[in-house]
Design a protein around this ligand. Structure first.
Ligand code: LLP
Length: 420
């Protein structure tokens, strides 16, 4: 559920007019709804009932402090993939005892930092990583709780660039190596093997791939227990998809949770899940202004003030995002290509899209951008990073301001031989 809707002829978020925020902040900007964030989190939590569950928000989806703090206050843990993300999670109030550390390339520095903070668990993805972590933990006189992220070789039936659970992907320990690696782990100093982990991909819109993978991993837990390992945790990763187009109906959290319980209950493990997109995706829109309406020879272009550097998903994954005018209109919709100012044809948000007629100066919302929107933005074409705004009922606050040009250009430094 999201709280963006038309009221009295214009789009509001919760109890705030989007046009008022645009007047105050300027366009383009990301706009998030607190109520939507909380609704999504609570839906997930309630779906699982009172099983032993830790929801670790995958902060990579949206790392804004205000977003992480919203989830921290609701009791969430975090899934992080870098020291930077761990620092953000801690700063927003998520204790290290609720943070899991994923990723294929954890460095010595990152392992040290996480251990010093008292991290809950490392999800280890390879043999060299296991040996490295053992050495680091042993040197620090600490014990690292680890799961092995296993690669179940399951097709998640999602976009190839965000599918992670096939044997050809770089992620996880190959299935056939898991038993031997667990035996190694049991002998290593500084390591305590506590469970298994998997993450098969993102924007998964069917339950079957999850169920197939979870079933395989549960069977493996039993085999490993017979080998003598005391496995008490099962980390099922993230990946539950969200509706992007009106007719998309990914599984509901209730359906997902019921399946998880059915497949895993007999093991009595603590369940960890790492949802990102589900918690934040539909809680955000990108508000942009039409700069020009240009009639090309074959197409009509809505040229807007947001660009691929602000939201890369359409050009990177051919992702679909709904686009709606802020002012409600009952005029017959017309076909547009919605494009940005960047000097690349790939700077296109939608092609041949039916939208209500718009004019220069009109505002529009690009929907479902709360996940993997702002976090993947950049300053290509020396465009400023765009602000992020959070609404709470009838209040709003800028939660990341727009930098100045001096802020951006000032990051460069001339070498001595050019500064004379
Ligand atoms: N856990 C791990 C280990 C992950 O790698 C990811 C996402 C998640 C959890 C969260 O997955 P989610 O619940 O959000 O699907 N930039 C891409 C998505 C990349 C996802 C990477 N890993 C996009 O814009 O679609």
């Amino acid at each position: 559920m999201n709280y963006f809707e038309y009221r009295d002829g214009e789009m509001v978020v919760e109890n705030k007019k989007i046009s008022d925020i645009a007047d105050s902040v300027g366009t383009p900007f990301y706009l998030y709804s607190s109520a939507s964030l909380a609704y999504q989190y609570n839906q997930f939590k309630e779906a699982f009932g009172d099983i032993d569950l830790l929801i670790c928000y995958a902060v990579k989806a949206n790392t804004n402090q205000a977003v992480i703090k919203t989830f921290a206050d609701l009791g969430a843990g975090a899934d992080v993939v870098s020291e930077g993300e761990m620092r953000r999670a801690l700063k927003a109030g998520i204790p290290a005892s609720k943070i899991v550390y994923s990723g294929v390339a954890k460095t010595v520095q990152e392992m040290t930092y996480a251990l010093e903070q008292g991290i809950f668990q490392f999800n280890v993805e390879s043999e060299p990583e296991l040996y490295q972590l053992s050495q680091v933990a042993d040197n620090l006189g600490k014990t690292a709780n680890i799961t092995f992220r296993v690669n179940p070789d399951v097709d998640a039936k999602t976009h190839a660039k965000i599918s992670t659970g096939k044997s050809e992907n770089k992620f996880g320990v190959p299935w056939k190596n898991v038993r031997a690696l667990c035996a190694d782990a049991a002998k290593l100093p500084g390591i305590k093997l506590v469970g298994l982990d998997l993450h098969i991909g993102s924007q998964i819109t069917e339950l079957d791939p999850f169920e197939e993978a979870f079933t395989r991993v549960c069977d493996l837990v039993e085999v490993l227990r017979e080998d003598g390992h005391d496995l008490t945790r099962l980390d099922l990763g993230g990946g539950l998809g969200i509706p992007y187009e009106g007719d998309d109906f990914p599984p509901l959290p209730r359906e997902y949770a019921e399946m998880v319980k059915r497949v895993t209950n007999h093991l009595g493990c603590k369940i960890i899940i790492e949802p990102g997109r589900f918690l934040v995706g539909n809680a955000g829109v990108l508000v942009s202004k039409v700069v020009y309406v240009k009639k090309g020879e074959e197409r009509k272009f809505l040229i807007i003030d947001a660009a691929m550097n602000d939201l890369v998903r359409p050009s990177m994954y051919d992702a679909y995002h709904g686009i709606d005018p802020i002012k409600e209109s009952d005029q017959e919709r017309t076909l547009y290509d919605v494009v940005g100012p960047v000097c690349e044809t790939g700077d296109t948000f939608a092609t041949n899209r039916l939208i209500e007629p718009m004019e220069s100066g009109d505002l529009l919302a690009i929907r479902s951008v709360g996940a993997y929107g702002a976090v993947m933005s950049g300053t290509y074409n020396t465009r400023k990073l765009i602000p992020e705004v959070l609404v709470n009922n009838d209040e709003f606050a800028v939660v990341r301001p727009r930098p100045s040009y001096d802020d951006i250009i000032g990051l460069d430094q001339l070498p001595p031989w050019l500064s004379k």
